[in-house]
Design a protein around this ligand. Structure first.
Ligand code: UDP
Length: 239
């Protein structure tokens, strides 16, 4: 590994929406390819990359519940949606010659590996990208919480959340053009200002286990590489 790297092991959270590109639903192979190439650059300079993918581009339990389904059934569908996204992401990475392991919290023999923390750490040491899917494996959680949980488990240096905006703002920058971006925040500020960047469970996990969190714009080419070499991108949240 390169001593100039600010982060040697990262946990990257990609929302389902990020994989959908402009369409916001489904999966855009062009977006996957671009992300795969950016992730490949990190692997190339010796960064160990764990990824948690969301499923909101396909199903969200809370939305299915509003449409009349049982919440737990909806959450199971949401978790399976993340498996599909993970299969697409693995495909994109491997077609670009980036060795990838896909590990699911819900076992699905023959399709994905079952999540095993020690095996994941071994794969990361060996230079393989590890994609963690099916969230935490439990209903009523989110993939943001899964990202923080896996980040803490694999002792990542940082959890990096890719979004469509350039960090955390004091209001939604899409609705309020005069919203102000924060460069740094504490977890307690995120909680007290009710900045809806991640759910409370995710923020509290990071705070309690002193896991730094960075939110940045994945649509900005090179931003991911910039931040692993220590340049400021987006918003950094720490204790
Ligand atoms: N989900 C769940 N438990 C988890 C993670 C996810 O039940 O540990 C379900 C939940 O229904 C959620 C869906 O999977 O809405 C997709 O995940 P999420 O909404 O976090 O995806 P994202 O918004 O990141 O695309």
């Amino acid at each position: 590994t390169d001593h100039r790297l600010a982060h040697k092991r990262i946990l990257l959270k990609l929302s389902g929406e990020a994989l959908a590109g402009g369409a916001e639903v489904g999966i855009d192979p062009k977006v996957l390819k671009r992300m795969a190439l950016e992730i490949g650059q990190l692997v190339g300079i010796g960064v160990q990359v764990g990824i948690v993918v969301g499923g909101g581009n396909l199903f969200r339990g809370s939305e299915l519940q509003q449409a009349g389904l049982d919440r737990v059934a909806g959450d199971h569908m949401g978790m399976l949606a993340t498996v599909m996204n993970g299969i697409a992401m693995r495909d994109a990475l491997e077609r670009n010659n980036i060795k990838t392991r896909l590990m699911s919290a819900i076992p699905m023999s023959g399709v994905v590996d079952h999540y095993d923390r020690r095996a994941a750490v071994r794969h990361l040491h060996g230079g393989d990208v590890c994609i963690f899917v099916a969230g935490t494996g439990n209903p009523f959680f989110t993939t943001d919480t899964a990202a923080c949980l896996r980040g803490i488990e694999i002792t990542a240096d940082i959890v990096i959340k890719a979004t469509k905006v350039d960090g955390i703002y004091d209001a939604d920058p899409v609705k309020f053009p005069d919203a102000v971006k924060y460069d740094t925040l504490t977890f307690d500020e995120v909680l007290s200002k009710q900045l809806g960047v991640m759910d409370l469970t995710a923020i509290c996990l990071c705070r309690d286990h002193n896991m730094p969190l960075r939110v940045f714009n994945m649509n900005k080419p090179g931003a991911l590489l910039n931040l692993v070499v220590g340049e400021h991108e987006g918003t950094l949240v720490t204790r």
